[in-house]
Design a protein. Structure first.
Length: 610
């Protein structure tokens, strides 16, 4: 149980806990000022509320913060779990508690509304509180919304004016406006269309917004044949064009069998700070709309807990009529009486779930890119936390050091190290290394030498170590680094490797698991984390190559070969590129040297070295 040092109100809370029943209900945590800071639901109120105040040390940091601020508890007992689910959703909207994960404001996205009037109108609005009527949406995709409005406008004539219109105040002597003259309105305000006919038009619009195309198409076809039988061919042809328009829209919306009558599809992806949820409304095999949203996590909730909170809110917000939801995994906190859960492995519903998951992956990438543009520091902080999670590091790698070697067949061997601090190059900490103890092209030995020199020196000087060491290479380079860091220097620096494919592109991230085995971290090329690691690898490679070119241009001017009378820099460079080192040149026969630089110069070099 929590002590009074952690929460000064714990004695009062203990008394409160003894009175909480073991029934379904909703609980509210209040702070010292009486403000609601968290709302939750439970099948068993006693067990759930008490759990906040037991095993405190095992709780996450965010839950500990919540527990320290609880001064009072308020409960509401309900009859069923469904009632608890709905009441929780309403209380969260009412109080906007600090520690609850909240959906974005409804006003962010537009809705289509059929107004509650004698002669209803179809309006686009972002504020559901200002207008009375039936709302459809939200529509986060403006293109889809405009397309839907155009379809409805071509199919039906309805009024868009702000004139107050009541069935008992119709003035048949009034003159219709210009919209009647161009065929956009049948002028019910002037008595040119009966209220019954107008309401039938609005009902058809309502059916389209709900995705019910079948009845409308049947009615239009019946109307077309009836007009044709009466020899009213021009009117029949106009109805036929409307049928084609609606069938074309339906064919582009239908993605599965029409037996999928009324279903909501949900998918989710999350990281340490945010959850990304996609909801697709499907009616008669057609996607009515797809809606994605980003939610800031407050208490380290699991994906199932996030969906348990979000689904009732979205179900109400979108005025969904579905009683079946397709989800990627079971959600225990949503009772079957509220919505039946379907976790498909194949078939049409599986296709819908795959489509929803593709949508949420794209939306997550879009949000990450936007945060990178708006707030680069926060975005990088999130990437470092992801590296910590993926590699199981004790802390985010604020300082990352990466090593690479460079030589040409062992000639002019060098190495380089770059340091990235908070995801950015820290050029004042870049280091160059001349390889001193290695003869010939031996990357493993070169890596051993530079890592020994680097970390023995900063360890002796008492300088802080990096939170992550990356070698530009695969498993072999990682093992070399581990032997030096762990076995020889006895330092605690996490080690990772960046391997490249045959085209010399970054292909995979490697790290050690808890058993000391090397494993691959799955990253997609579109991932922002992949891009950061790729920048690090490209930067160390650029720095090493630049240093190698600089040394090579200087080294060919003055070597042991250029000390030989009659041998210039060009001949010395040819020999070093051909044989790799002075030692190897000394091992060559006179014939080998002659083939490389000609007989006269070969004799001079051979005699001097022997």
């Amino acid at each position: 149980m929590v002590s009074s040092q952690i929460n000064p109100h714990i004695e009062y809370i203990k008394l409160k806990l003894k009175t909480i029943p073991e029934t379904p209900g909703v609980y509210q945590h209040l702070d010292a000022s009486g403000k609601v800071i968290y709302v939750g639901k439970a099948r068993n109120l006693q067990r759930r509320v008490s759990s906040y105040f037991t095993n405190y040390d095992e709780k996450s940091a965010k839950i500990k913060m919540l527990v320290r601020n609880i001064a009072d508890i308020r409960i509401t007992v309900v009859a069923t779990e469904v009632d608890a689910l709905l009441l929780e959703n309403n209380l969260i909207k009412q109080y906007q508690p600090r520690y609850n994960s909240l959906l974005k404001d409804d006003k962010t996205y537009p809705y289509l509304c059929i107004t509650d009037e004698d002669y209803p109108r179809l309006l686009l609005t972002r504020d559901r509180t200002r207008i009375k009527g039936q709302f459809f949406g939200p529509y986060p995709n403006g293109r889809i919304l405009r397309e839907l409005q155009d379809i409805i406008r071509h199919l039906f004539s309805y009024r868009t004016c702000n004139k107050p219109l009541h069935s008992d105040t119709i003035d048949t002597s009034s003159r219709p406006c210009i919209k009647h003259q161009i065929g956009l309105c049948n002028a019910p305000c002037a008595g040119l269309e009966s209220r019954e006919d107008y309401l039938a038009t609005i009902e058809n619009i309502r059916r389209i917004l709900k995705g019910d195309f079948g009845d409308i198409l049947d009615n239009l076809k019946h109307q077309m044949f009836d007009l044709a039988d009466k020899l009213r061919f021009e009117e029949a042809d106009a109805v036929k064009r409307r049928i084609r328009l609606l069938e074309d829209y339906q064919s582009r919306s239908t993605v599965v069998n029409t037996s999928v009558a009324d279903v909501d599809v949900y998918s989710i992806e999350s990281d340490e700070r945010h959850a990304y949820v996609n909801m697709m409304r499907v009616k008669n095999g057609s996607i009515i709309y797809s809606f994605s949203t980003e939610i800031k996590k407050q208490l380290d909730e699991t994906d199932a807990e996030m969906l348990a909170t979000v689904i009732p809110a979205l179900h109400e917000q979108t005025s969904s009529t579905a009683r079946e939801m397709v989800v990627p995994f079971p959600i225990d906190d949503i009772p079957e009486d509220y919505m039946r859960q379907n976790i498909p492995t194949k078939g049409d519903r599986r296709k819908l779930l795959d489509l929803s998951q593709r949508n949420i992956k794209a939306y997550r990438h879009q949000c990450a890119h936007q945060r990178m543009l708006v707030d680069p520091e926060a975005a990088v902080s999130g990437l470092l936390e992801r590296i910590q999670k993926e590699l199981h590091l004790p802390q985010p790698p604020v300082n990352i050091e990466c090593f690479d070697n460079s030589n040409i067949q062992g000639a002019f061997p060098v190495a380089a190290m770059v340091r990235f601090t908070n995801g950015k190059p820290n050029r004042s900490e870049y280091r160059k290394f001349n390889i001193k103890t290695v003869e010939g092209p031996d990357d493993y030995a070169s890596m051993t030498e530079i890592i020994q020199r680097r970390y023995r020196r900063i360890s002796d000087e008492g300088k802080p170590l990096p939170q992550l060491l990356i070698v530009d290479g695969g498993r072999g380079q990682m093992e070399v680094a581990r032997k030096v860091i762990v076995d020889q220097l006895h330092l605690d620096i996490p080690i990772a490797g960046l391997a490249k494919d045959d085209r010399h592109h970054t292909s995979e991230l490697l790290c050690y698991d808890k058993d000391g085995m090397i494993r691959t971290v799955q990253l997609k090329p579109s991932d922002q984390l992949f891009h950061l690691l790729e920048r690090i690898q490209n930067e160390v490679h650029r720095f090493a190559i630049t240093f190698h070119k600089d040394k090579r241009s200087k080294g060919t001017i003055k070597t042991a070969l250029t000390d030989i009378p009659g041998i210039g820099p060009k001949t010395a460079q040819e020999l070093l590129l051909k044989f790799g080192s002075i030692k190897q040149i000394r091992l060559q026969t006179l014939d080998d040297l002659t083939k490389a630089i000609g007989a006269a110069k070969a004799r001079i070099v051979y005699d001097h070295l022997h």
